[in-house]
Design a protein around this ligand. Structure first.
Ligand code: PLP
Length: 387
């Protein structure tokens, strides 16, 4: 697919996934159906909860979460700017206002509970915790804030499928948890997502909204059920496919081994990069087994050199990325909400320096060492290095 020696991401797709997809194709039913139900049940079991609702992608999961909270005009949602744009976009599309909070600091790129607290108003309806790179946000502090102010806590757990953390299984601690199975994620079905909710009524509302709130599903009609149906609220088509769910089931069963491999790679990175002059290693002081390790983020000594360092890595065959350009500084958010540089100083300072290194389960130790050496060389050659 590319000439990279080491890709930033790469899904592991083996015979088990191929066979599972082929079985669905032979079954004659491709949309939401029995395989998806099996995936939901398996996901819930893995996460240690009662049930889960599979959806078409992580953005759909977040949209359904906010619809289930009746988010609308006049409401505010406090969320990190340092995230994929998804949550902010669906909050805005619900007619509500995203209120961006800063991150904790260079060692913890998740949202800062103290800054969240400062941004809560009587209009706040929800707080979003995003587990950056698969590392837990401060859920105890955020949950306490949510309780104190009577608002919902939504976990954007796109980077952490059913992952054990110091604060419980990510996505299941708050009121609603949203997961993504996008092509680059730890559990990658191409497009896909999952929603979990503490309150079974909220969960079942989400299940119905996922398919236009029809009283009889297309699957039931396909099986010979009643042709007529009613619609008792306003929903969408956020149904997953059986093809994606079949891949998801295989990967979910293999997730523990895959997570261990990610932990090994991260441990090797941390060892190889320790002591590199000026290089920040966010989350390095946390137990390696209590995170999903979707991303391996480093903070470069100097943000101005990032382009040159990415070029040098490219020259060595190493793909790198940036996660994420701060949402509040995107044109649409500046124009709609009046944001400017300087609004979120910690996010902006850290994000100028952020770089994501390759991290996927099929990386070898040699691949990891190659990336470490390429980065060390690039830093040594960067403009201003050794000054
Ligand atoms: C933090 C975060 N939230 C939400 C999403 C949205 O998920 P999807 O791409 O499946 O819509 C993503 C990823 O793509 C993400 O990284």
């Amino acid at each position: 697919m590319s000439d990279w020696k080491v890709n930033l991401y790469r899904p592991r797709l083996g015979d088990a996934e191929f066979d599972a997809v082929a079985a669905v194709m032979r079954s004659g039913w491709l949309s939401n159906g029995p395989v998806t139900r099996e995936f939901e049940e398996a996901f819930a079991r893995t996460a240690g909860i009662e049930d889960a609702v599979a959806v078409s992608n992580g953005t759909a999961a977040l949209h359904l979460a906010f619809l289930a909270l009746d988010l609308g005009p006049g409401d505010e949602v406090v969320l990190p700017s340092l995230s994929f744009v998804s949550a902010a976009a669906v909050v805005t599309l619900c007619g509500a206002t995203p209120v961006f909070a800063d991150i904790t600091g260079p060692d913890d790129l998740c949202v800062d509970p103290a800054d969240v607290a400062a941004r809560i108003t009587p209009r706040t309806k929800a707080i979003v915790a995003m587990h950056y790179g698969g590392h837990a946000a401060d859920l105890p502090a955020l949950a306490a804030l949510a309780r104190k102010h009577g608002v919902a806590l939504v976990e954007d757990s796109a980077h952490a499928p059913a992952t054990r953390s110091a604060h419980g299984v990510l996505g299941t601690v708050g009121d609603i948890g949203c997961y993504s199975f996008f092509a680059t994620k730890n559990l990658a079905t191409g497009e896909g997502g999952m929603v979990v909710a503490r309150d079974p009524e909220v969960r079942e509302r989400i299940r119905r909204l996922r398919s236009h709130a029809l009283t009889v599903s297309a699957q039931d009609r396909h099986r010979g059920g009643p042709s007529l149906y009613d619609v008792d609220s306003f929903g969408l088509n956020y149904r997953p496919t059986e093809l994606g769910s079949a891949i998801g089931l295989v990967q979910l069963a293999d997730l523990p081994q895959r997570q261990v491999r990610r932990q090994e790679i991260v441990t090797r990175y941390l060892k190889g990069l320790a002591g590199t002059e000026g290089l920040g290693l966010p989350f390095h002081d946390r137990p390696v087994e209590l995170a999903a390790h979707h991303l391996f983020a480093v903070l470069l000594p100097d943000g101005d050199a990032r382009g040159a360092i990415q070029d040098a890595l490219r020259g060595a065959g190493v793909q790198s990325g940036v996660h994420y350009p701060p949402t509040h500084l995107f044109t649409a958010y500046r124009e709609r909400f009046g944001h400017r540089e300087g609004d979120l100083p910690v996010t902006e300072e850290v994000m100028d320096r952020q770089l994501s290194l390759p991290l996927h389960v099929d990386m070898t130790d040699d691949d990891t060492d190659l990336v470490v050496q390429a980065l060390r060389d690039a830093l040594a050659d960067a403009p201003g290095a050794g000054a």
